[in-house]
Design a protein around this ligand. Structure first.
Ligand SMILES: NC(=O)c1ccc[n+]([C@@H]2O[C@H](COP(=O)([O-])OP(=O)(O)OC[C@H]3O[C@@H](n4cnc5c(N)ncnc54)[C@H](OP(=O)(O)O)[C@@H]3O)[C@@H](O)[C@H]2O)c1
Length: 285
Protein backbone atom coordinates (compact mmCIF):
# COMPACT_ATOMS: atom_id res chain seq x y z
CA UNK A 1 0.00 0.00 0.00
CA UNK A 2 1.10 3.54 -0.74
CA UNK A 3 1.64 5.88 2.20
CA UNK A 4 0.32 9.40 2.24
CA UNK A 5 0.42 11.81 5.14
CA UNK A 6 -2.09 14.05 3.30
CA UNK A 7 -4.77 11.84 4.81
CA UNK A 8 -3.90 13.20 8.27
CA UNK A 9 -6.65 15.41 9.66
CA UNK A 10 -9.38 14.02 7.41
CA UNK A 11 -12.88 13.17 8.66
CA UNK A 12 -13.90 9.87 7.11
CA UNK A 13 -17.16 7.90 6.93
CA UNK A 14 -17.03 4.26 5.82
CA UNK A 15 -20.23 2.30 5.30
CA UNK A 16 -19.83 -1.42 5.88
CA UNK A 17 -16.80 -0.65 8.04
CA UNK A 18 -17.60 -3.42 10.49
CA UNK A 19 -16.34 -6.39 8.49
CA UNK A 20 -14.55 -7.46 5.32
CA UNK A 21 -12.98 -4.90 3.02
CA UNK A 22 -14.51 -1.87 4.79
CA UNK A 23 -13.10 -2.85 8.17
CA UNK A 24 -9.66 -3.34 6.66
CA UNK A 25 -9.82 0.06 4.91
CA UNK A 26 -10.84 1.60 8.26
CA UNK A 27 -7.88 -0.08 10.01
CA UNK A 28 -5.46 1.29 7.43
CA UNK A 29 -6.86 4.83 7.48
CA UNK A 30 -7.01 4.90 11.29
CA UNK A 31 -3.23 4.50 11.33
CA UNK A 32 -3.14 8.19 10.36
CA UNK A 33 -4.50 10.98 12.53
CA UNK A 34 -7.96 10.75 11.05
CA UNK A 35 -11.41 10.78 12.58
CA UNK A 36 -13.46 7.81 11.39
CA UNK A 37 -17.12 6.81 11.62
CA UNK A 38 -17.89 3.26 10.57
CA UNK A 39 -21.45 2.21 9.79
CA UNK A 40 -23.09 -1.21 9.81
CA UNK A 41 -26.29 -2.97 10.85
CA UNK A 42 -24.82 -5.33 13.44
CA UNK A 43 -24.02 -3.55 16.74
CA UNK A 44 -21.84 -6.37 18.05
CA UNK A 45 -19.73 -6.42 14.88
CA UNK A 46 -19.60 -2.60 15.10
CA UNK A 47 -18.35 -2.54 18.70
CA UNK A 48 -15.80 -5.28 18.00
CA UNK A 49 -14.55 -3.46 14.91
CA UNK A 50 -14.13 -0.20 16.85
CA UNK A 51 -12.14 -2.02 19.56
CA UNK A 52 -9.93 -3.76 16.97
CA UNK A 53 -9.33 -0.57 14.99
CA UNK A 54 -8.52 1.48 18.10
CA UNK A 55 -6.20 -1.22 19.45
CA UNK A 56 -4.27 -1.68 16.25
CA UNK A 57 -3.98 2.01 15.37
CA UNK A 58 -3.81 3.84 18.71
CA UNK A 59 -6.38 6.19 17.20
CA UNK A 60 -9.19 6.95 19.68
CA UNK A 61 -11.25 8.88 17.12
CA UNK A 62 -13.14 5.89 15.80
CA UNK A 63 -16.92 5.67 16.20
CA UNK A 64 -19.60 3.22 15.16
CA UNK A 65 -23.13 4.19 14.16
CA UNK A 66 -25.70 1.45 13.73
CA UNK A 67 -27.88 1.69 10.65
CA UNK A 68 -29.69 -0.94 8.64
CA UNK A 69 -29.45 0.05 4.99
CA UNK A 70 -32.60 -1.84 4.17
CA UNK A 71 -34.52 1.07 5.74
CA UNK A 72 -34.39 4.52 4.14
CA UNK A 73 -35.78 6.07 7.34
CA UNK A 74 -32.78 4.69 9.24
CA UNK A 75 -30.44 6.11 6.60
CA UNK A 76 -32.12 9.51 6.89
CA UNK A 77 -31.51 9.38 10.67
CA UNK A 78 -27.93 8.18 10.07
CA UNK A 79 -27.11 11.25 7.97
CA UNK A 80 -28.40 13.47 10.82
CA UNK A 81 -26.31 11.58 13.39
CA UNK A 82 -23.19 11.83 11.20
CA UNK A 83 -23.79 15.57 10.63
CA UNK A 84 -23.87 16.15 14.40
CA UNK A 85 -20.59 14.30 14.96
CA UNK A 86 -18.90 15.48 11.75
CA UNK A 87 -20.05 18.85 10.40
CA UNK A 88 -17.33 18.44 7.77
CA UNK A 89 -16.97 15.10 6.01
CA UNK A 90 -13.81 14.93 3.89
CA UNK A 91 -14.06 11.36 2.63
CA UNK A 92 -17.17 9.21 2.25
CA UNK A 93 -16.58 5.58 1.29
CA UNK A 94 -19.81 3.94 0.10
CA UNK A 95 -18.79 0.35 0.68
CA UNK A 96 -21.56 -1.59 2.47
CA UNK A 97 -22.90 -4.34 0.28
CA UNK A 98 -24.74 -7.64 0.21
CA UNK A 99 -25.68 -10.49 -2.06
CA UNK A 100 -29.01 -12.08 -1.28
CA UNK A 101 -29.38 -15.76 -2.25
CA UNK A 102 -33.15 -15.52 -2.21
CA UNK A 103 -35.53 -12.78 -3.21
CA UNK A 104 -36.20 -10.38 -0.32
CA UNK A 105 -37.72 -6.94 -0.04
CA UNK A 106 -36.33 -4.11 2.07
CA UNK A 107 -38.43 -2.27 4.67
CA UNK A 108 -39.36 0.08 1.82
CA UNK A 109 -40.40 -2.82 -0.44
CA UNK A 110 -37.49 -2.46 -2.82
CA UNK A 111 -35.51 -5.59 -3.77
CA UNK A 112 -33.06 -5.86 -0.88
CA UNK A 113 -29.77 -5.99 -2.83
CA UNK A 114 -30.70 -2.84 -4.73
CA UNK A 115 -31.98 -1.19 -1.54
CA UNK A 116 -28.83 -1.83 0.52
CA UNK A 117 -26.18 -1.50 -2.19
CA UNK A 118 -27.69 1.38 -4.13
CA UNK A 119 -30.73 3.28 -2.77
CA UNK A 120 -29.39 3.78 0.75
CA UNK A 121 -26.05 5.01 -0.53
CA UNK A 122 -27.75 7.52 -2.81
CA UNK A 123 -29.77 8.88 0.11
CA UNK A 124 -26.76 8.97 2.45
CA UNK A 125 -24.51 10.68 -0.11
CA UNK A 126 -27.02 13.32 -1.18
CA UNK A 127 -27.94 14.02 2.47
CA UNK A 128 -24.27 14.52 3.39
CA UNK A 129 -23.37 16.70 0.38
CA UNK A 130 -23.46 19.95 2.36
CA UNK A 131 -21.06 18.42 4.91
CA UNK A 132 -18.75 17.26 2.12
CA UNK A 133 -18.89 20.65 0.40
CA UNK A 134 -17.34 22.25 3.50
CA UNK A 135 -14.23 20.09 3.03
CA UNK A 136 -11.26 21.63 1.19
CA UNK A 137 -10.99 18.50 -0.98
CA UNK A 138 -14.07 16.33 -0.61
CA UNK A 139 -13.94 12.79 -1.92
CA UNK A 140 -16.70 10.25 -2.47
CA UNK A 141 -15.65 6.69 -3.28
CA UNK A 142 -18.30 4.28 -4.55
CA UNK A 143 -17.27 0.66 -4.16
CA UNK A 144 -18.68 -1.33 -7.06
CA UNK A 145 -17.65 -4.39 -9.02
CA UNK A 146 -16.47 -5.38 -12.49
CA UNK A 147 -19.74 -7.38 -12.51
CA UNK A 148 -21.56 -4.12 -13.26
CA UNK A 149 -20.71 -4.84 -16.91
CA UNK A 150 -22.90 -7.93 -16.93
CA UNK A 151 -26.25 -6.26 -16.48
CA UNK A 152 -28.55 -3.73 -18.09
CA UNK A 153 -30.89 -1.67 -15.96
CA UNK A 154 -34.59 -2.47 -15.93
CA UNK A 155 -36.44 0.65 -14.78
CA UNK A 156 -39.78 -1.13 -14.57
CA UNK A 157 -38.88 -3.71 -11.98
CA UNK A 158 -37.44 -2.26 -8.77
CA UNK A 159 -38.72 -5.15 -6.71
CA UNK A 160 -37.07 -7.63 -9.10
CA UNK A 161 -39.55 -10.42 -8.34
CA UNK A 162 -39.56 -11.85 -11.88
CA UNK A 163 -36.95 -14.61 -12.41
CA UNK A 164 -34.88 -13.56 -9.39
CA UNK A 165 -31.24 -14.62 -9.34
CA UNK A 166 -28.80 -13.31 -6.73
CA UNK A 167 -26.09 -12.68 -9.30
CA UNK A 168 -28.31 -10.64 -11.61
CA UNK A 169 -29.65 -8.65 -8.67
CA UNK A 170 -26.10 -7.97 -7.44
CA UNK A 171 -24.81 -7.00 -10.89
CA UNK A 172 -27.75 -4.64 -11.37
CA UNK A 173 -27.05 -2.93 -8.02
CA UNK A 174 -23.39 -2.51 -8.93
CA UNK A 175 -24.31 -1.04 -12.34
CA UNK A 176 -26.59 1.41 -10.51
CA UNK A 177 -23.60 2.36 -8.29
CA UNK A 178 -21.53 3.29 -11.34
CA UNK A 179 -24.38 5.18 -13.04
CA UNK A 180 -24.86 7.16 -9.81
CA UNK A 181 -21.12 7.75 -9.52
CA UNK A 182 -20.85 9.25 -12.99
CA UNK A 183 -24.03 11.34 -12.75
CA UNK A 184 -23.05 12.73 -9.34
CA UNK A 185 -19.59 13.63 -10.66
CA UNK A 186 -21.26 15.54 -13.54
CA UNK A 187 -23.50 17.40 -11.10
CA UNK A 188 -20.55 18.33 -8.86
CA UNK A 189 -18.29 19.41 -11.69
CA UNK A 190 -18.10 23.01 -10.39
CA UNK A 191 -17.20 21.98 -6.84
CA UNK A 192 -13.98 20.72 -5.31
CA UNK A 193 -15.53 17.29 -4.65
CA UNK A 194 -14.24 14.24 -6.52
CA UNK A 195 -16.51 11.26 -7.05
CA UNK A 196 -14.88 8.01 -8.13
CA UNK A 197 -15.82 4.36 -8.29
CA UNK A 198 -13.69 1.27 -7.78
CA UNK A 199 -13.95 -2.48 -8.10
CA UNK A 200 -11.61 -4.19 -5.61
CA UNK A 201 -11.76 -7.41 -7.68
CA UNK A 202 -12.77 -10.72 -6.13
CA UNK A 203 -11.93 -10.67 -2.41
CA UNK A 204 -12.28 -13.49 0.15
CA UNK A 205 -14.86 -12.05 2.54
CA UNK A 206 -18.08 -13.12 4.22
CA UNK A 207 -20.15 -11.67 1.37
CA UNK A 208 -20.24 -15.13 -0.23
CA UNK A 209 -21.14 -17.01 2.98
CA UNK A 210 -24.80 -17.64 2.20
CA UNK A 211 -24.28 -18.69 -1.41
CA UNK A 212 -24.03 -22.21 -2.85
CA UNK A 213 -21.09 -24.40 -1.89
CA UNK A 214 -19.40 -24.15 -5.30
CA UNK A 215 -19.52 -20.32 -5.23
CA UNK A 216 -17.95 -20.26 -1.76
CA UNK A 217 -15.31 -22.72 -2.90
CA UNK A 218 -14.56 -20.72 -6.06
CA UNK A 219 -14.24 -17.52 -4.01
CA UNK A 220 -11.77 -19.24 -1.63
CA UNK A 221 -9.71 -20.54 -4.55
CA UNK A 222 -9.71 -17.51 -6.83
CA UNK A 223 -10.21 -14.37 -4.77
CA UNK A 224 -7.50 -12.22 -3.27
CA UNK A 225 -7.02 -11.37 0.38
CA UNK A 226 -9.02 -8.72 2.21
CA UNK A 227 -5.75 -6.86 2.76
CA UNK A 228 -5.13 -6.62 -0.99
CA UNK A 229 -8.70 -5.57 -1.78
CA UNK A 230 -8.55 -2.86 0.89
CA UNK A 231 -5.18 -1.63 -0.43
CA UNK A 232 -6.74 -0.84 -3.82
CA UNK A 233 -9.32 1.37 -2.15
CA UNK A 234 -6.79 3.09 0.15
CA UNK A 235 -4.45 3.75 -2.78
CA UNK A 236 -7.28 5.37 -4.74
CA UNK A 237 -8.05 7.56 -1.71
CA UNK A 238 -4.40 8.58 -1.29
CA UNK A 239 -4.04 9.43 -5.00
CA UNK A 240 -7.26 11.40 -5.04
CA UNK A 241 -6.22 13.56 -2.08
CA UNK A 242 -3.75 15.41 -4.29
CA UNK A 243 -4.46 14.56 -7.92
CA UNK A 244 -6.71 12.70 -10.34
CA UNK A 245 -10.03 13.46 -11.93
CA UNK A 246 -13.64 12.79 -11.05
CA UNK A 247 -16.34 10.54 -12.53
CA UNK A 248 -13.81 7.75 -13.01
CA UNK A 249 -13.89 3.99 -12.67
CA UNK A 250 -10.98 1.93 -11.36
CA UNK A 251 -10.66 -1.81 -11.56
CA UNK A 252 -8.26 -2.67 -8.72
CA UNK A 253 -5.39 -0.20 -9.29
CA UNK A 254 -6.08 0.52 -12.95
CA UNK A 255 -8.12 3.34 -14.42
CA UNK A 256 -10.57 1.64 -16.81
CA UNK A 257 -13.63 2.48 -18.84
CA UNK A 258 -16.78 1.34 -17.10
CA UNK A 259 -19.35 -0.31 -19.35
CA UNK A 260 -20.80 1.75 -22.22
CA UNK A 261 -24.23 2.09 -20.56
CA UNK A 262 -22.69 4.10 -17.70
CA UNK A 263 -21.80 6.93 -20.11
CA UNK A 264 -25.35 7.14 -21.49
CA UNK A 265 -26.60 10.54 -20.28
CA UNK A 266 -30.26 9.59 -20.68
CA UNK A 267 -29.82 6.44 -18.63
CA UNK A 268 -27.90 8.27 -15.90
CA UNK A 269 -30.43 11.09 -15.56
CA UNK A 270 -33.46 8.79 -15.83
CA UNK A 271 -32.14 6.58 -13.05
CA UNK A 272 -31.25 9.65 -10.95
CA UNK A 273 -34.75 11.16 -11.35
CA UNK A 274 -36.52 7.90 -10.65
CA UNK A 275 -34.35 7.18 -7.61
CA UNK A 276 -34.98 10.66 -6.21
CA UNK A 277 -38.76 10.23 -6.67
CA UNK A 278 -38.76 6.75 -5.11
CA UNK A 279 -36.75 7.90 -2.08
CA UNK A 280 -38.96 10.90 -1.48
CA UNK A 281 -42.11 8.77 -1.86
CA UNK A 282 -40.80 6.11 0.54
CA UNK A 283 -39.69 8.65 3.15
CA UNK A 284 -42.98 10.51 3.05
CA UNK A 285 -45.34 7.56 3.08
N1 LIG B 1 -15.78 -9.54 -1.80
C1 LIG B 1 -15.72 -9.40 -3.11
O1 LIG B 1 -15.31 -10.31 -3.85
C2 LIG B 1 -16.15 -8.11 -3.75
C3 LIG B 1 -15.92 -7.93 -5.12
C4 LIG B 1 -16.31 -6.74 -5.73
C5 LIG B 1 -16.93 -5.75 -4.97
N2 LIG B 1 -17.14 -5.97 -3.64
C6 LIG B 1 -17.83 -4.90 -2.89
O2 LIG B 1 -17.09 -4.57 -1.75
C7 LIG B 1 -17.98 -4.06 -0.74
C8 LIG B 1 -17.67 -4.71 0.61
O3 LIG B 1 -17.97 -6.08 0.52
P1 LIG B 1 -17.23 -7.20 1.39
O4 LIG B 1 -16.78 -8.24 0.45
O5 LIG B 1 -16.27 -6.58 2.33
O6 LIG B 1 -18.48 -7.80 2.19
P2 LIG B 1 -18.66 -8.26 3.72
O7 LIG B 1 -17.41 -8.78 4.29
O8 LIG B 1 -19.87 -9.12 3.71
O9 LIG B 1 -18.97 -6.87 4.45
C9 LIG B 1 -20.14 -6.18 4.13
C10 LIG B 1 -20.27 -4.94 4.99
O10 LIG B 1 -21.53 -4.32 4.63
C11 LIG B 1 -22.30 -4.13 5.80
N3 LIG B 1 -23.73 -4.38 5.57
C12 LIG B 1 -24.31 -5.49 5.05
N4 LIG B 1 -25.66 -5.37 5.09
C13 LIG B 1 -25.92 -4.16 5.62
C14 LIG B 1 -27.11 -3.46 5.94
N5 LIG B 1 -28.33 -4.01 5.71
N6 LIG B 1 -27.03 -2.25 6.50
C15 LIG B 1 -25.82 -1.69 6.75
N7 LIG B 1 -24.64 -2.29 6.48
C16 LIG B 1 -24.69 -3.51 5.93
C17 LIG B 1 -21.80 -5.20 6.80
O11 LIG B 1 -22.00 -4.72 8.11
P3 LIG B 1 -23.06 -5.40 9.13
O12 LIG B 1 -22.88 -6.87 9.05
O13 LIG B 1 -22.71 -4.79 10.42
O14 LIG B 1 -24.40 -4.95 8.65
C18 LIG B 1 -20.32 -5.27 6.47
O15 LIG B 1 -19.61 -4.30 7.20
C19 LIG B 1 -19.39 -4.33 -1.26
O16 LIG B 1 -19.93 -3.15 -1.81
C20 LIG B 1 -19.18 -5.36 -2.35
O17 LIG B 1 -20.19 -5.30 -3.34
C21 LIG B 1 -16.78 -7.11 -3.01
Amino acid sequence: MMEDSNVNGNNIVITGGTRGIGKNVSLKLAAYSTKIIIVGSDPLAGDNAVTDIKNSSDNENVDFIKCDFSSLKQVEQLSKDISKKMPTVDILVNNAGIVSPKHQLSDDRIEKTLAVNYFSHVLLTTSLLENIKTSKNGLIVNVTSDCHKLRTFDFTDFDNSKDYHWMLAYNRSKLANVLFNHELADRLIDTNIKVNSISPGGVRTGIYDELQFFVRLASKLTCSSVDKGANYICNLIFQNLTKGGSGLYYSKSKLKKSCDATYDKNLKTSLWDLTEKMISMKLNK
